[in-house]
Structure formats: C-alpha cells, structure tokens
Write a protein that binds this ligand. Structure first.
Ligand SMILES: NC(=O)CC[C@H](N)C(=O)O
Length: 374
C-alpha cells in the first residue's frame, strides 16, 4: 500500500505503508542508533514525534517481550529505509509490522532516510505528516503546517503515572533476565518523579542500591519530603520543559534539602528550577553513539541521547557549572550545582538502547546520598 510523508516546509517523500494505516503527524526527528528500535519505540520521550532511523535495515530482530522501556508506544510515526519482515532473534515473538499494527502506530518504509536526515539537519526538525489515505501534496503540507509546534507543549504531565508505586526490579542479564532485588540490598530511599520515565532508569537505580518509589509528575514536594527520602530523582520525558510551571515550583522545594539527580527532561526542569533557561536546538540529538566528555575527569563516554531542548548554562552562571559536554555540537550535557549535592545530565546513562559507558552516574548519585546521610 502507498504511503506519503510530507514535511511542513513542502518536501515530499513517497514510500510504502507498514504497521497501522491511516494518517498521523508530529515533529520529525532522526535517530542514529544502529540497533535498539524496540527501546526507541517504547521510549515515552518520543510522544508527539515521528522518528526516522538512519540505520538502513529495520525489523530484522523482531519484537520481544523484554526490551521495552514502557508499556506503550508513544511516538506518532515510524520512518525507515527498508523494513524486514523476516526476523531472527532467539527472544523474538512477533514482527515489527505486527507490533506497530497492534499498537496503532503508522509506519512508512522505502524512504530515502539519508536524504530526509540531511534535510532535517540542514533545515531543522519540523512537523510532518504520514498518510496512507491522502496523497495530495498540497493538502498534506497544509495539514503539516497546522500542527502545533513542539515549543511550548507540556506533554510530560500527560504521560506520567496516576499514583505512586514501588519498583524493585534490577538490570537484565543473560542468566536471570530481570531480577527482583532483595529489599535488604536497597539502602537508599529514592523518590523518582515520573515525567515519562524509562524502565531502565528504574532498573539502574535499583541495581545501584536504591529503594525506589515512583511518583506522578505533580506529586507535592511536601508529601515526597514526608517520606524522608535520601534523594530525589527527576526523570526523562516528552515535550518542552518550560511550560511545566507547577512541576518547576515543586522541584525548587527540594533544593538545599535533598540530593537531586536529573536525566534529560529532569535535567532541563532542574535547570529551570535553579533559575536558568532552556532553549530549543535546531535538530537535537537522538541516537546511541554520541561522544560526551566528563569535564572533571576528562574521560570521554559514548552516550545514548534523545532531546530537542537544552539548558543554557550561562543562565545559571552563579548557581551551577558545566559538568559534561557534547563533543559533537558542544551542547551542555550535564551540570553540577556549585555548593549543593545536585547534578544532572542531558544524555541517558541508562542507555537502552546504547552503550553502558555512563552507568557510573547512578553510583555517583548513590555516593552523593551516602555523603549527605553522613
Ligand atoms: N528524553 C528526554 O527526556 C527529552 C527531553 C525533552 N523532551 C527534549 O526533547 O529535549
């Protein structure tokens, strides 16, 4: 079946449908990970976006019940060069096509993803539409232009959990799969704010020794402090952090009271809570092969990333300093508070998908809580 992708600036890409059919729209971004499409599909931070994979063959490892980062697919469209229906993996239980159909996600294949990526890189991320029912370029571009811009959209409060819950599962390994960690090994009580939290963050926290209670995005700081946690964690999530005023006010109440660690959207919200500002990047960073330097140790780590916004570190000059830097585009990759036990990173130390170079950051959080306890 025919399918068309139209960008708001008028560029049209013709392809073939796979997954669900119909019409879908969102901000078109590109992801440079060579593997791990299932984790990309289930990452809640992609809500409101259509993802194009720069790797050419997608579908060849199928879908398995374990490699999920949430229980749902949040992205609004999936764009690939070549979809492979014939999958092979010992854990796979279904094809990518069947998975997208089951979850109502529209896909398009046979797209020159190299040309699309170069276009987005030159012109910037922008809204687009995929259709298997309307093939009129003029009508499609008109519809793409009518979609609200990602800037100014609070999407995170729409994907957060509805009530607090406890998490005890640790990191996957070949022998045990996902282990249930013994409560006696969990020494640090952490309240984790869910703005669209990826499951591997929870697993990394538990494997580092944290007793994790996940709470909704607008859970009052007073109630969190009443649990007497050793630390506060702020998660990743979709959309623009700037309009999330209630959440930002809430985070301010932890500053100076508890150690805080933030990842991605959590890092951006922390920047805003500390009095800084955030900016929208031209096309952001989405992938699992992005070099970052830890400024203190000068070590370079290869990281997983998925963001379109960034913290303006100069706006925090008296409060926090640059702690990690992206070596590709020199964007702010992490910050550390000048006097308090507070730090955050723009990239994803939990990877999923991606290398484990940055897992040490969960231990850094635990060390911080240990020191603060003392
Ligand atoms: N992965 C994330 O947390 C993304 C944060 C934010 N939505 C951005 O695009 O920058």
């Amino acid at each position: 079946m025919k399918a068309v992708l139209a960008l708001a600036d008028g560029r049209i890409f013709k392809g073939k449908a796979f997954g669900a059919t119909g019409e879908t729209s969102g901000e078109v971004v590109f992801n440079t990970a060579m593997s791990g499409y299932q984790e990309v599909l289930t990452d809640p931070s992609y809500k409101g976006q259509m993802v194009t994979m720069t790797y050419t063959q997608i579908g060849n490892t199928g879908i398995n019940p374990e490699d999920i980062e949430s229980n749902q697919l949040y992205l609004s469209g999936f764009i690939v060069r070549e979809y492979l229906d014939c999958y092979s993996n010992y854990r796979a239980t279904m094809s990518l096509d069947a998975y997208l159909k089951e979850n109502g996600v529209v896909g398009i294949q046979g797209i020159d993803t190299r040309a699309l990526t170069r276009h987005l890189r030159d012109k910037g991320a922008q809204n687009g539409i995929i259709s298997t029912i309307d093939f009129d370029p003029e009508s499609l571009v008109k519809k793409a232009r009518a979609i609200p811009s990602m800037s100014g959209l609070d999407l995170a409060t729409g994907v957060t959990c509805s009530a607090p819950y406890h998490w005890t599962q640790g990191l996957w390994d070949l022998q045990t799969g996902y282990p249930e960690v013994d409560k006696r090994d969990l020494k640090y009580k952490v309240v984790a704010y869910d703005f669209g939290i990826k499951l591997n963050i929870l697993r990394c926290l538990v494997s580092a020794g944290c007793d994790v209670t996940v709470v909704p995005a607008t859970f009052p700081a007073e109630s969190a402090l009443a649990m007497n946690p050793d630390g506060i964690f702020l998660s990743n999530g979709p959309g623009d952090p700037e309009p999330m005023k209630e959440v930002i006010e809430n985070i301010k109440k932890f500053v100076g009271k508890k150690p805080i660690f933030g990842i991605c959207l959590g890092h951006q919200l922390l920047g805003l809570a500390l009095g800084g500002r955030t900016v929208k990047l031209k096309f952001g960073n989405h992938g699992s092969n992005l070099p970052v330097m830890d400024i203190a140790t000068k070590k370079v780590e290869i990281t997983a990333q998925n963001h379109g916004f960034s913290v303006d570190i100069l706006s925090l000059a008296n409060v926090a300093g640059l702690a990690h830097e992206n070596l590709n585009d020199q964007t702010v990759e992490g910050m550390a508070h000048k006097s308090l036990p507070i730090f955050s990173v723009q990239h994803h130390p939990e990877a999923s998908p991606g290398p484990h170079d940055s897992h040490y950051l969960f231990d850094r959080f635990v060390e911080m809580m240990e020191k603060h306890k003392g």
